[in-house]
Design a protein around this ligand. Structure first.
Ligand code: ZN
Length: 470
């Protein structure tokens, strides 16, 4: 019996030996001991009889990466995104992401409480990694406002609004104003999709009317100034209400300038870009034979010159986070719905699995980002903005033992054939990557080893977050 007791203790302790720990502000070689779900010791030459040992020598040890913007359950444009919490969380973990934020996107007919319940049902018991939500406010009235207060009390301390998608998720200016007022009162940050929906709708009609129907027309229908106008609009409303706002998927120079102008006026605004805006450009959406549809997302991919603007924004601290806006729709059965009409192509690309490796390869290895900036924009900043720090996004005593042992010498190739995401294509097919996680832990349990998922489906928890934006 004693021995049984010893082994059951041993099963929940983990020692990560000899890695080079890199966080947002520190870099040193040490061992990390995790008792149960938590980091309890960090020191040189730790000894822990009975603990599971991971040899991290020659490797980096990063805090678990955080994707602050994903879609997993998503009824959208007549289709359902392909992943489930099981497939998405496995893909996230294999790629080094240990916490995901999903957007709850209720239809305008659905109440906030119904949306919260529906999304929770999709996730509960099915995720292998921890998760939380941004609560979509797709309608604002008194009944919904009362429900939003309850949802914030239940641990969801961020909202999501759409200034685009008229008739689907989009809210009008009166709703925008009152959503921001409520957020300010509750100390909740409001994440926002910024595009002028009227300009998009009118441009779409003109293009289709002129017989221009291909996927490459998508970016013609929503040029950079349409996004910049959306950001300017949000900045005005945030300035009037004092609400803290976070611009999701910012894609271009014009939009960034509007955000920075707001910041200079005192608006509390943080900015997210996406991995695809850093490494892809609008010529991908111009590929022949409808292949461009794989690259249709909103805001659209931009002129290549914007990539450098986004990299510089990350390096200088103008842009805080790199997310994915992961939205997997099959090419053969779903994207094809828009073959004769680009406005019917389900928007989004799958990139949850590849975000960290692409950012390491194209950011760190190319010399565009130092290691600390890499950790900050892919993990720590999101934890700080959304009320998870230092439980997540940190390597320190008392933090959750979500750790990524990262092999910078690994070389591999991205392919839909080997990916964990449940979708029939990769936007990065055949791309080389330099570096990948060799081990990933979720609250002290090893979930990935050498690129293989070895974790536990259902172990992921919904993270409750306190409001921090007063
Ligand atoms: Zn999104």
């Amino acid at each position: 019996m004693l021995e049984l007791g010893y082994w059951s203790f041993a099963a929940v302790s983990l020692l990560i030996k000899g890695g080079e720990i890199v966080t947002g502000d520190a870099r040193y070689v040490a061992d990390i001991f995790c008792a149960g779900e938590t980091i309890t010791r960090i020191d040189r030459d730790l000894d822990a009889p009975g603990a599971e040992v991971i040899d991290a020598s020659g490797k980096y040890v990063f805090p678990g990466f955080i994707d602050p913007h994903t879609h997993i359950y998503l009824p959208f444009m007549g289709a359902f995104a392909k992943d489930t919490y099981e497939t998405a969380s496995k893909a996230a973990l294999v790629g080094g992401t240990t916490t995901i934020f999903e957007m709850i996107c209720p239809s305008r007919e659905m109440s906030a409480a119904e949306g919260f319940r529906l999304w929770n049902e999709q996730a509960a018991g099915k995720s292998a990694c921890d998760y939380t939500y941004h609560m979509g406010v797709t309608r604002f009235d008194q009944a919904n406002a009362e429900q939003l207060r309850e949802i914030v009390k239940a641990g969801i301390s961020s909202f999501k609004i759409f200034l685009a998608y008229k008739g689907a998720f989009g809210i009008d200016d009166t709703e925008l104003y009152h959503t921001l007022r409520l957020a300010k009162e509750l100390g909740v940050v409001v994440t926002a999709h910024c595009e002028n929906e009227t300009l998009v709708a009118e441009r779409q009609k003109e293009l289709l009317g002129a017989g221009l129907t291909g996927p490459e027309q998508h970016h013609e229908s929503r040029p950079p100034i349409v996004e910049a106008e959306g950001v300017h609009h949000l900045m005005t409303f945030a300035e009037m209400t004092g609400a803290h706002v976070y611009i999701v998927h910012l894609s271009c120079d014009e939009a960034l300038r509007e955000a920075l102008a707001g910041r200079h006026r005192g608006v509390n605004v943080t900015v997210e870009t996406l991995i695809q805006y850093l490494v892809l450009d609008k010529t991908d959406a111009e590929r022949p034979d409808f292949e461009g549809a794989k690259y249709v997302m909103s805001p659209p991919l931009r002129d290549k010159r914007n990539q450098e603007v986004m990299w510089n924004g990350l390096r200088s601290g103008e842009v805080q986070t790199v997310a994915t806006d992961h939205a997997p729709f099959d090419f053969k059965t779903q994207k094809v719905m828009g073959r004769d009409d680009f406005t019917k192509i389900p928007n989004g690309i799958p990139s949850l699995e590849e975000r960290v490796n692409l950012l390491f390869t194209h950011g760190v290895k190319s010399g565009k980002l130092d290691l600390h900036t890499f950790v900050n924009v892919a993990s720590t900043n999101a934890a700080k903005i959304f009320g998870l720090f230092p439980r997540k996004g940190a390597i320190q005593i008392g933090a959750d033992a979500d750790l990524v042992v990262y092999d910078p010498t690994y070389r591999g190739t991205i392919s839909a054939k080997t990916q964990m995401m449940n979708v029939d294509y990769s936007a990065f097919e055949g791309w080389e990557i330099e570096g990948r996680p060799s081990a990933v832990t979720v609250r002290g349990e090893v979930a990935v080893r050498d690129g293989k998922f070895v974790g536990t489906v259902g172990r992921g928890r919904m993270l409750e977050r306190e409001p921090t934006h007063f």
